[in-house]
Design a protein around this ligand. Sequence first.
Ligand SMILES: [Zn+2]
Length: 172
Amino acid sequence: MPLPSSTRHVGLLNLGNTCYMNSMIQILFSVSEFRDSLLSLSLPSQPASLLFQFQLLLTSLLRSQRPFYDPSAFCRALGVDVNRQMDVDEFFSTFMDRLEECLGEKKSLIREQFGGSMRHSITCEECRAESVREELCLSLPLVVKNKSSIQEGLAELVMAESLYGQNAYHCE
Ligand SMILES: [Zn+2]
């Protein structure tokens, strides 16, 4: 008996070593605002294009009556080698870069959803002079291994550290 649509989830076929990709796509799919704004764009005319294939994949995860979707055509459009295990963060940035290219004037959609900035600042212990560098990002390099919560990882990410020896900071 089919489950009610609200609790039914469509899976993604593992094509070899693509479990990292499938997890990331399911996460992106679950960001409903991102998914809906991509699906509201008009469909490109070339079925081989990445945007076309991603829209098809999202629609299938949303509406397919089958238990899973085969992302082979999506992998071809993105140029993913299905036999090579890739770092999920590397996959995410490559995918977002490529998607941004496909979106043209709608490319701000990605930054609106996931964009943030990291501010790195170094303060001189002697004169308190501060050197600041700000960097735009789509993801945070969060350590979760051996952490009891995401908050703990976030706290570590923004923790100040002292620079000594070879890493010492010399202000002008
Ligand atoms: Zn100084």
